[in-house]
Ligand binder design. Structure first.
Ligand code: 13P
Ligand code: SF4
Length: 325
């Protein structure tokens, strides 16, 4: 049977060399008055071309203040969607419309809405890794860099946290909220790190510090000297007097971490299966230089959010941004 075309997605190969693609992307960026925002998990050549590389909170802060007409978002769908919610009159394009996220995909809004009915009177705190429809059902959004602070700021309010159960467990512990009700989603990348292999690595490098993203399981987080968002981990590796770090998050972070801390030794935390590339996000890695060039050239695929959903999703995002200045 013939392969069906993916709606909004091109299968074109442009036949340009890497340096030609980079030149074309720079030219189109000026021509379109576009800004390129990229997450730390993007391929290094995309990070090097971006106007700004950051974690989810920093990327939404950049999106909120950009003067560009076009935002080319190199990350995953929920990140570009957040940029669109903040900028309804700007064009938001992505290299690959199918770059999703297991956390967002694992929390469909109709199911989430029905689940919430069990928790009347609870404040709904949703991790930014969720769809616009789930954001529209939420009271406040958080990211890995402000989740603890936001839940603490809610004082004694009853709280529902979604969709990441590991981040939820971490927040419950840090904010002393054992009563936190948590949706049971997980990140396919962060749950693959192996405690057994991490312990072996720690024994081989007794002076190394383990640094981890809070989407990791408790079995990994309990060995971490520092737990933070992607930008928090880069900052820590740069400022810590230690020389060697075992880094438990998606491997794309090592590019900027090496640039920020060139004299440090960085070791990627191992997944259980030695032969897999499970510490690479399969969604983030869908974006390529060629697809970035095509999305700037064609102004497609674009990310759009229906206006009634956008208005309801904006409120909890804005509440987070107001609490994060
Ligand atoms: P950060 O906000 O820490 O960059 O995390 C985003 C993400 O998707 C982690 O998997
Ligand atoms: Fe989603 Fe995990 Fe990929 Fe982050 S690393 S975008 S949480 S699947």
């Amino acid at each position: 049977m013939d392969k069906l075309p993916v709606v909004g997605q091109r299968e074109e190969t442009v036949g340009l060399t890497e340096s030609e693609l980079e030149n074309e992307i720079r030219r189109l960026k000026t021509e379109r008055n576009a800004v390129i925002l990229a997450h730390y998990y993007q391929e290094s050549e995309i990070q090097d071309l971006a106007d700004f590389v950051g974690d989810s909170l920093q990327l939404s802060q950049q999106a909120a203040k950009t003067k560009a007409d076009v935002i080319a978002f190199c990350g995953v769908h929920f990140m570009a969607e957040t940029a669109k919610i903040l900028n309804p009159n700007k064009i938001v394009v992505v290299p690959d419309l199918t770059a999703g996220c297991s956390l967002a995909d694992g929390c469909p809004a109709p199911l989430f809405g029905r689940w919430l009915e069990q928790y009347p009177g609870h404040t709904v705190v949703s991790y930014i890794n969720c769809s616009a429809e789930v954001k529209a059902l939420s009271d406040i959004i958080c990211t890995s860099s402000n989740a603890v602070k936001i839940v603490k700021a809610l004082g004694g309010e009853k709280v529902v946290f979604a969709p990441d159960r590991h981040l939820g467990a971490f927040v419950a512990k840090q904010a002393s909220r054992p009563d936190l009700v948590t949706w049971q989603g997980t990140c396919v990348v962060h749950e693959t790190f192996s405690e057994r292999r991490l312990l072996e690595l720690m024994a081989q490098h007794p002076d190394a510090e383990v640094i981890a993203h809070p989407e990791c399981t408790e079995a990994i987080l309990r060995h971490a000297h520092h737990v933070a968002s992607t930008s928090g981990l880069i900052d820590y590796a740069k400022k810590s007097p230690k020389q060697t770090f075992i880094v438990a998050t998606e491997a794309g972070i090592l590019h900027k971490m090496h640039q920020a801390a060139p004299d440090k030794t960085l070791i990627a935390a191992p997944p259980e299966d030695e032969s897999c590339a499970c510490n690479m996000c399969p969604y983030m890695k869908k974006n390529t230089l060629e697809k970035l060039y095509l999305c700037l050239r064609d102004l497609a695929p674009q990310v759009d959010v229906p206006e009634p959903i956008r208005i309801r999703a904006l409120r909890p995002i804005q509440r987070m941004l107001d609490m994060s200045v």
